[in-house]
Design a protein around this ligand. Structure first.
Ligand code: ZN
Length: 208
């Protein structure tokens, strides 16, 4: 942290993650900061960003639970009908001897996305409360890790592709689960739009 003698404001000096160019800006600014050399975003805009992250992460998390339990689609072939839930399909993978695939799906489509949303909510709540919650920096680091590995949206695309493939062979009806999953993916995407490590770190430091 540096003090700018002209403005009297605390300034942050950091390097662009893409090209290494040194960028400095006022510590408490809410503006979006871009790199002067390559134009990539150094810090996202901060106005209401923390509140949006808190609201959308907890909404997505609360919708995630019914999205896992409600049937995603109902399949009818001649007189047989069956409905598939996310957790049920993971269990089927395990029963069919594809335990490793089932575990990977469980990890990337359920455990990591839910952990990402919870950790986002935790750090945004800490910033909103103006207090440094326990393990704040560790959770911030974990959030970045989860951000790279959550793939609930890939899972949703997978479901939609299999629906397109199956639609000629059987009668398919969408159930509540797929709509809930769509909302989960949309809210997670909005959370990601506003989530920024540097922004949260600076906001937390401002509140110290
Ligand atoms: Zn750059």
């Amino acid at each position: 942290m540096l003090m700018n003698p002209l403005t009297g404001h605390d300034e942050v000096c950091t390097a662009c993650a893409y090209c290494g160019w040194a960028v400095s800006f006022a510590k408490n600014t809410d503006d979006k900061i871009t790199c002067a050399r390559c134009g990539s975003t150094v810090k996202k805009q901060g106005k209401n960003a923390v509140a949006y992250v808190a609201a959308f992460s907890i909404s997505a998390f609360m919708l995630f639970v019914p999205a896992l339990l409600y049937p995603v689609l109902d399949i009818s072939v001649s007189s047989l009908s069956s409905s598939a839930t996310v957790l049920g399909s993971i269990r089927t993978l395990y029963e069919e001897g594809l335990g490793a695939v089932g575990f990977l799906v469980l990890l990337t489509s359920v455990i990591i996305p839910m952990s990402f949303l919870l950790s986002c909510f935790y750090i945004s709540l800490a910033v909103l409360a103006g207090r440094k919650f326990p393990f704040f920096t560790a959770v911030l680091r974990l959030t970045n890790f989860f951000q790279e590995w959550h793939m609930a949206d890939v899972f949703l695309v997978g479901i939609l592709v299999s629906i397109v493939k199956l639609i000629d062979m059987s009668e398919l009806t969408f159930d509540y689960g797929i709509y809930l999953l769509m909302f989960v993916c949309a809210f997670t995407a909005i959370t990601e739009v506003y989530y920024d490590t540097l922004l949260f770190r600076l906001k937390a430091a401002v509140n110290d």
